[in-house]
Write a protein that binds this ligand. Structure first.
Ligand code: SAM
Length: 266
């Protein structure tokens, strides 16, 4: 125990923010308004929760750790604007939790599950107006990557389709207890009103993008051929009609080329 709190649990990605300047910077990026509905994921020991609670009219916080959520529930038992839920963010039913209201997410995410949490944001984006999240730097770089580099992948393309993503600032390990091994980054993401590109058929587009990155050292042609996304004649015709050379690697295609190829295949 550290005073009130149990020892940090590595299995739950518990690296607590101890630098209040960083918390204030995160809240500045979130551009909080008194009428905002805020969802905090993983409030932990509540350092960010406390500042959020002072600024917004409605704050929901979802914490998986039983001990920490019990401590926070007790602390906010009499609060009119803060509610603490002991739940797994990967399983939460957002529709009922958020009661059909639009929320902003503000979170220092548990790094061990940051990628599945991001994919949930992608699926559930209609419930949210903005996401301001801290992640390990490497995952943040994947979100904001440009084609033809090792960070560019499925996550990048699918997020670019549905979000404006901004790399805000880097946070060093010394700002946390215990210190993580890597740098962190704060990212903000605003869902677009509609897809950035016309992909024809969404399921086909997602299959195409996943197939193109399935074997990063192989050519686009080889990746798509083994994915059986289309028969070979059709595949060749689609690539030709888009003037995309099958000898390129998938990671060199930008989102507009993926969308064009998806439409051609559809
Ligand atoms: N927000 C706090 C801070 O900045 O000091 C804690 C951040 S810590 C990186 C991540 C928090 O997410 C921990 O409190 C952890 O217990 C919680 N957590 C881990 N897995 C979770 C899950 N599946 N659902 C909800 N919370 C989770």
């Amino acid at each position: 125990m550290n005073g009130l709190f149990p020892r940090p649990r590595k299995s739950l990605g518990q690296n607590f923010l101890t630098d209040h300047n960083i918390i204030r910077k995160i809240l500045a990026v979130a551009d909080l308004q008194p009428g905002d509905n805020i969802l905090e994921i993983g409030p932990g020991r509540g350092a960010m929760t406390e500042l959020l609670a002072e600024k917004v009219g409605n704050l929901l916080a979802v914490e998986f750790d039983r001990d920490l959520s019990a401590i926070l529930r007790e602390k906010y038992a009499g609060s009119v604007n803060v509610k603490i839920y002991e739940q797994d963010i990967l399983k939460v039913d957002f529709k009922s939790l958020l009661n059909n209201q639009i929320y902003k997410v503000v979170a220092n995410l548990p790094y061990n599950i940051s990628t599945p949490v991001l994919f949930r944001f992608l699926e559930e984006r209609k419930h949210f107006s903005r996401f301001v999240v801290m992640l390990q730097k490497e995952v943040g770089e994947r979100l904001a990557a440009e084609p033809d580099c090792s960070e560019y992948g499925v996550l990048t393309v699918l997020f670019r389709q549905w979000f404006d993503v901004r790399h805000e600032f880097i946070v060093s390990p010394g700002c946390f207890f215990p210190s993580p091994k890597v740098d962190s980054v704060v990212i903000s993401m605003t869902p677009l009103i509609s897809s950035r590109v016309d992909v024809g058929n969404q399921a086909l587009f997602e299959r195409l993008v996943k197939s193109a990155f399935s074997m990063r050292r192989k050519t686009l042609w080889n990746c798509l051929k083994s994915s059986s996304i289309a028969d070979l004649t059709m595949l060749k015709e689609a690539l030709d009609s888009c003037s995309i050379d099958g000898k390129r690697r998938g990671e060199t295609l930008d989102i507009y080329e993926f969308a064009m190829l998806s439409r051609a295949l559809a």
